[in-house]
Design a protein around this ligand. Structure first.
Ligand code: SF4
Ligand code: SF4
Length: 691
C-alpha cells in the first residue's frame, strides 16, 4: 500500500531541482534587500538582550497587540500560530519526497510516538483554524471593506487564497495517507472527517490526488517563500528581528544630535540618512492600517498616515537604493571607495535624484504630524514613525531653512525671547504680580520648582490657570518656588519643530540653571514640558523628579490637603492630552480629582485614556496653520460634545486653546465651557469657602 505514496525518482529529481532553484532565487532576493538595508546608518540596537527578548516574546510571539481588535486579532493569531505548526509537517513532506520515504518524519514527530500524535492533533486543529482565519480575513477585505485596509486588494487576497490552498492540501495529504494506512487516526480528527468526505466522491484512495496535493503544497510553499520579499508579507520574515531591534526608549522621546557643533549634515534628507532599523521597518510593515484608525492627520484628510509613509519610503528605497548600491559596488571594484559604507559612496553620484525629504516625501506630509504617538502604540510590529519625521524636519529647518512662514516666526521668537509669541522675556514673571508667589530657593529646602511654561506665563487664558494653581499649592502647603523672569522655554517647541540646535541650547541652559539652584523636583502643568524634562533632559545630564500638576493635585486631594466639598452639578468630559495619557500613562490622576468633586458627573468620550485623540496642537502644530483637510480640534470637539457635557476639562495649555477655539468657532462656547482641572478643583473649594 505504501508504495502508492512513494515519490518516483523522476518526481524526486524534479522536486530537488525546484527546491534548489527556489532557495537560490530567494537567497538572491534577500541579498538585494540586505544591501538596501545596509544603506542606512548603523544604529546600536543589540544592547539589553533580556529586554529585547521580552519584546520578541510579548509582541512577536505572543502577538500582544493583535487581540486589541478582538475578532480580527484572534483570526490573525489562528493564521500566525497555524502557519508555524503546519510548517513542521511541510518540512517532513520535503524529507518524504527527497528520500522517497512516505514514513520520513523529523525527530520525535513520527505518528508512532506520543509526541507525534499530539503534534498530529495540534496540526489538525490549527489547519482548520487557519482556514477559519483566512476566510474571516477575506470576508473583512472583500465584504466589510474597512477603511484601514483600503488600497491594493489583489496581493493580500491572492496570498489568502494561497494559504487556503496550503491548508486544504495538507488535510488532503493527511486524509489520503490515512486511507493507505499511514495516518494518526483519530488523533487527526478533521483529516479523518475530510477522508470520509473524499470517500463520498471516490477520491479517498486516489494516489494521484495525494501526489498532486504534495506537489501543490510544496511548490506553493516555495513560490510563497519567493514572493514574500516583494510584498507586505515580507513581515513574516522580518518582523521578529525588527521587534528585537525595536526602540526601547520611553514613548515619544526624541534624541539629541551628539556634538551638534561639529556636525556638517543635519537630519534626514535621503533614504541613507535613515537608520538601519528604520529601513528594516519598511520591510516589516504589515500594511494592516491599524496606525490609521485614530491618526488625527489621516482622519482629517491630511497627507500623512504612518502606513502610507512606509509604502512611499519603501518605493523610494527600491527606486533609488539599487543605483546607490551599484555605484558603491563599482567604486569598490575600481578601488576608489573610501570605505565599506555603500551608502556613503553611492550617494556621491546621485545628482539630486535621491531627495527624500521634500521630494519623495512631501513637506506637507512632514509638517502634518502632531507627534501624538498613536500610530506607534497601535502598530503590532513596533514600527517607528515620529523619530524619522523629526529627522526630516531637522533637515528642513537646520540645513535648508525651509519651513512654513508662521513656524519661522515662532522659532525666531523662541530664539530671541524664549517664548513662541515673542513677548519680551523680562515679562515672563508678570503673571505673578500682586500674588505672594515664592521664588525658587527663597526659602531653604524648597521642594518643587514650579515650572510655569510659556503658555502659563504669556497666554492670557492660561495665566489664569497658573494663578489658580499657585493658589491651590499655597492652600495645600506645597513647598514650591518659581523662576519668574529667569524661566526659559523648556525646548519642546523648537525640538518638535526640527530646530534641534535651539532646543539643545535651551535645554542645556535650563539644566545649568536648575543645577545651580539645587532643583531636585519639578512640577509643571504643561505636558510638553513635563515630557521633555522627564524623558529628554536626562540625555543632557539633567536628572530631576518630574510630576505633572494633575498628579500633584490628585495626591493633595487624596491626602486631604485640598477638600472639595461644595456640590456643583455639572457634566464634565475629560480630554486626555496625548503627551500625558499616551506617552506617560497619566490617566487615573485627573479622573481621581474629578470624582472627588461633589455634583460632578464624568462622562468618557469614545476615545479616551491611552487611546485619546489629539487636539491638533502637539508636535509643533500649535504654531502652524492648518490649511489642509478638516481641522483636528473641531473633530475632537465634536467627539467630546457627543457626551453632552457642560464642561470640557483639559490638563494642557495647547489642549485648552484648541478646545476653546473649537467651542468658539462652533458657537458653543456658552454651552460648553473649557476649564483646566485645577480650575474645576478650585471652583469646588471656592464655593465651599463662600458657603
Ligand atoms: S504621531 Fe499621531 S499624528 Fe503623527 S502620524 Fe502618528 S498618529 Fe498620526
Ligand atoms: S505601520 Fe504598523 S500599524 Fe501601520 S500598517 Fe504598518 S504594521 Fe500596520
Amino acid at each position: 500500500m505504501m508504495e502508492h505514496l512513494q515519490f518516483s525518482w523522476l518526481e524526486t529529481i524534479l522536486m530537488v531541482l525546484i527546491f534548489i532553484g527556489s532557495v537560490y532565487l530567494f537567497a538572491k532576493t534577500i541579498r538585494d534587500r540586505w544591501q538596501l538595508l545596509m544603506l542606512g546608518k548603523p544604529v546600536n540596537r543589540l544592547d539589553q538582550p533580556t529586554a529585547r527578548l521580552k519584546q520578541v516574546l510579548k509582541f512577536a510571539l505572543a502577538q500582544y497587540r493583535m487581540p486589541e481588535e478582538r475578532i480580527h486579532g484572534i483570526l490573525h493569531l489562528f493564521i500566525f500560530y497555524g502557519f508555524i505548526v503546519v510548517s513542521i509537517r511541510t518540512l517532513m513532506l520535503f524529507g518524504q519526497t527527497f528520500f522517497r520515504d512516505p514514513d520520513f518524519s523529523l525527530f520525535l514527530f513520527s505518528y508512532d510516538s506520543v509526541i507525534g500524535r499530539l503534534y498530529a492533533l495540534l496540526k489538525d486543529v490549527f489547519t482548520v483554524l487557519v482556514i477559519v482565519g483566512v476566510v474571516g480575513a477575506a470576508y473583512r477585505r472583500l465584504v466589510i471593506r474597512e477603511r484601514r485596509l483600503e488600497g491594493k486588494q489583489l496581493e493580500p487576497v491572492a496570498i489568502l487564497a494561497m494559504i487556503f490552498m496550503l491548508m486544504v492540501t495538507d488535510l488532503t495529504i493527511e486524509a489520503v495517507a490515512g486511507y493507505f494506512g499511514h495516518s494518526a487516526g483519530w488523533w487527526a480528527p478533521f483529516s479523518l472527517i475530510w477522508k470520509h468526505i473524499l470517500d463520498l466522491f471516490g477520491l479517498a484512495d486516489s494516489a494521484f490526488l495525494y501526489h498532486l496535493s504534495v506537489w501543490l503544497h510544496l511548490t506553493g510553499i516555495l513560490a510563497f517563500l519567493n514572493y514574500l520579499p516583494f510584498g507586505k508579507h515580507f513581515h513574516i520574515i522580518t518582523s521578529i528581528p525588527s521587534v528585537y531591534v525595536s526602540n526601547l526608549d520611553p514613548s515619544g522621546m526624541a534624541h539629541r544630535i551628539p556634538n551638534i557643533e561639529e556636525q556638517e549634515q543635519f537630519g534626514a534628507s535621503k533614504i541613507s540618512h535613515l537608520n538601519r532599523k528604520e529601513i528594516l521597518d519598511l520591510y516589516s510593515c504589515t500594511e494592516c492600517g491599524r496606525c490609521r484608525v485614530d491618526c488625527p492627520t489621516d482622519i482629517t484628510k491630511k497627507p500623512l498616515a504612518h502606513k502610507q509613509l512606509n509604502l512611499d519610503l519603501k518605493a523610494h528605497l527600491y527606486d533609488v537604493g539599487r543605483p546607490m548600491v551599484a555605484v558603491a559596488a563599482a567604486k569598490r571594484a575600481a578601488g576608489t571607495a573610501s570605505g565599506a559604507d555603500g551608502a556613503e559612496n553611492g550617494e556621491e553620484e546621485d545628482n539630486g535624484k535621491t531627495v527624500m525629504t521634500g521630494g519623495a516625501i512631501s513637506t506637507d506630509t512632514i509638517w502634518a504630524c502632531t507627534t501624538c504617538g498613536y500610530c506607534e502604540q497601535r502598530c503590532p510590529v513596533l514600527i517607528e514613525n515620529v523619530p524619522r519625521i523629526i529627522e526630516m524636519r531637522r533637515h528642513l529647518v537646520l540645513e535648508k531653512a525651509e519651513m512654513p512662514a508662521e513656524l519661522a516666526n515662532t522659532l525666531r521668537n523662541l530664539e530671541r525671547q524664549s517664548n513662541p509669541w515673542g513677548v519680551g522675556a523680562r515679562k515672563r514673571g508678570d503673571w505673578a504680580k500682586g500674588l505672594d508667589v515664592p521664588t525658587f530657593g527663597e526659602a531653604p529646602d524648597t521642594e518643587y520648582l514650579f515650572y510655569v511654561g510659556c503658555a502659563g506665563s504669556f497666554d492670557d487664558r492660561y495665566m489664569k490657570v497658573t494663578r489658580t494653581l499657585v493658589k491651590l499649592f499655597l492652600q495645600a502647603g506645597v513647598s514650591f518656588g518659581i523662576l519668574g523672569a529667569d524661566e526659559q522655554c523648556c525646548g519642546d517647541a523648537a525640538r518638535r519643530a526640527g530646530n534641534e540646535y535651539l532646543a539643545q541650547t535651551q535645554i542645556e541652559a535650563n539644566i545649568e540653571m536648575f543645577k545651580e539652584l539645587g532643583v531636585k523636583k519639578i512640577v509643571t502643568n504643561c505636558p510638553h514640558g513635563f515630557h521633555t524634562f522627564k524623558y529628554e533632559y536626562p540625555e543632557f545630564g539633567g536628572q530631576f523628579e518630574v510630576v505633572h500638576a494633575a498628579q500633584l493635585l490628585a495626591q493633595l486631594v487624596d491626602q486631604g490637603k485640598l477638600k472639595p466639598a461644595k456640590s456643583l452639578p455639572r457634566t464634565v468630559t475629560l480630554h486626555d492630552s496625548c503627551y500625558l495619557a499616551r506617552h506617560h500613562g497619566v490617566i487615573d490622576e485627573p479622573r481621581a480629582v474629578l470624582t472627588h468633586l461633589p455634583g460632578t458627573v464624568v462622562r468618557e468620550p469614545e476615545r479616551h485614556g491611552k487611546w485619546t485623540f489629539c487636539c491638533g496642537g502637539g508636535g509643533g502644530r500649535m504654531w502652524l496653520e492648518e490649511k489642509i483637510g478638516d481641522r483636528i480640534n473641531l473633530h475632537r470637539f465634536d467627539e467630546l460634545s457627543k457626551t453632552s457635557p457642560d464642561v470640557i476639562c483639559t490638563c494642557c495649555p495647547f489642549c485648552m486653546t484648541m478646545m476653546a477655539d473649537a467651542a468658539k468657532d462652533t458657537g458653543k462656547s456658552e454651552q460648553i465651557r473649557v476649564f483646566d482641572l485645577a480650575e474645576l478643583l478650585d471652583q469646588a473649594l471656592a464655593e465651599e469657602a463662600q458657603a
